[in-house]
Design a protein around this ligand. Sequence first.
Ligand SMILES: [Zn+2]
Length: 94
Amino acid sequence: MADNYIILVVKENEMVWMFDWKEIDCGSNTEFQVTCRECDTEYCFTVDTPDLVAWREDDNVAIQDAFPYLEAWERELLLSGLCDPCWKKKFDNG
Ligand SMILES: [Zn+2]
């Protein structure tokens, strides 16, 4: 059982930011523990490991195709490090 801590560094326009990302390989499943970079709330969810491998290895696989069973905000958290309330706060003007 591998236990990886990864700090993701993502370039967003001119900004570079990081968020905590923990990944636990449970064989057929991989559990993510991702901390929102805005509010420091930790979120946990599980994906199928083969889906994760396919997503990582093939640049043509979009995240919504790789993990159709995740909520949209969960995929967004993986991509951007923002949870649902923080995402809405940042990008919804209404
Ligand atoms: Zn948040």
